[in-house]
Design a binder for this molecule. Structure first.
Ligand SMILES: Nc1ncnc2c1ncn2[C@@H]1O[C@H](COP(=O)(O)OP(=O)(O)OP(=O)(O)O)[C@@H](O)[C@H]1O
Ligand SMILES: [Mg+2]
Length: 308
């Protein structure tokens, strides 16, 4: 197996004024994946990304990025970064913003030219590239921001709140760009509190709350343990049937039967039982805990576990 793109053992940050923004983070990001770092405002998401891109210094830092210790400047040539609330001079055109980044990345004007065009195309901004940033919507600005983050053809791309303030259409476009980057072998690390966005694109997620990782894992696995079947009946059940169903570990509420777990085999006795008693089933649906619910649950848990 290929080594992780990011292998953090211990990252701690105490800001002046003694705010402990990161309490000693350890996490791994596999290559070619989309990794989502979730957390409420102030959790420490941006702090972590700023440390990894050497914008700020960690208080303690042990770990590797692209096979090199964190802070190793040459490996940043293979890293792209869209900071949160990124702003570009609004008198520049979209093309000029990307050209400027290409220049900073060391491309000559000639080399930059085809690269810039390809990137504007990738983010769907070619038709708007001659217009000034001041005429752009929030979604367009973010797309130009992603294009400038990609000038150096990064192996690892950090997007800090890429869809913040972007409308649904723009969010979908950004998701499509992220998927395309993954197809090209780029690892994408996204900071967000917009859980529904991540749900559709992330392979792995970690949840950060008050500077500590409270959960990490494969998105499927994290939400699988929380599956349930919901059976809707055409008419209410008799008390006797309710009682018997409860012995089959089903929960009956308001004409709905809830059955914990996502294993269809275990559901069959419940269906057999209902059909045997000629109960009419209107629908059966498998519900999975959404990332939003998972997020609220773990953040709540971590709050409850805090010493008082
Ligand atoms: N320069 C700074 N000086 C002091 N404290 C800071 C500084 N930057 C951030 N903090 C504090 O560190 C904590 C983590 O902030 P950070 O910006 O990393 O969170 P975040 O998860 O990115 O939040 P958001 O979702 O609002 O972007 C917060 O308590 C914040 O107030
Ligand atoms: Mg932030």
């Amino acid at each position: 197996m290929e080594p992780p793109v990011l292998d953090l053992k211990h990252v701690r940050k105490v800001y002046k004024g003694k705010v402990e923004a990161l309490q000693g983070i350890a996490l791994q990001v596999p290559p070619g994946s989309v990794f989502g770092l979730l957390g409420p405002n102030g959790a420490g998401k941006s702090t972590l990304v700023k440390i990894l891109t050497t914008i700020i210094r960690a208080t303690e830092c042990e770990g590797e990025m692209l096979g090199q210790p964190i802070g190793h400047k040459p490996s940043l040539q293979k890293v792209g970064y869209l900071p949160e609330h990124a702003r570009f001079p609004d008198y520049l055109t979209g093309r000029q913003v990307v050209e400027y980044s290409a220049g900073m990345a060391g491309f000559t004007v000639r080399q930059a030219s085809s690269r810039v065009e390809a990137l504007l195309e990738l983010v769907g901004m070619r038709d708007w590239a001659q217009r000034k940033v001041r005429t752009y919507s929030k979604g367009m600005k973010q797309r130009v921001g992603i294009a400038q983050a990609l000038v150096n053809d990064p192996k690892l791309l950090f997007l800090d709140e890429p869809t913040d303030g972007v409308d649904p259409e723009g969010r979908r476009e950004i998701r499509e760009i992220v998927k395309r980057m993954r197809e090209e072998g780029c690892t994408v690390f996204i900071n967000t509190h917009l859980l529904s966005e991540l749900e559709q694109v992330a392979d792995r997620v970690a949840i950060l709350a008050k500077g500590a990782l409270v959960r990490e894992g494969d998105l499927e696995e994290l939400t699988k343990s929380k599956e349930e079947y919901e059976i809707v009946l055409a008419s209410p059940l008799s008390d006797e049937l309710v009682y018997k169903l409860e012995t089959l570990s089903a929960v009956v509420a308001n004409g709905h039967i809830l059955f914990k777990g996502g294993d269809p085999k275990q559901l069959q006795p419940v269906i057999d039982f209902l059909r045997h008693h000629e109960v009419v089933i209107q629908s059966i649906q498998r519900n999975r805990l959404s990332l939003e619910e998972l997020f609220l649950e773990v953040v709540e848990q971590s709050r409850n576990e805090e010493p008082t």
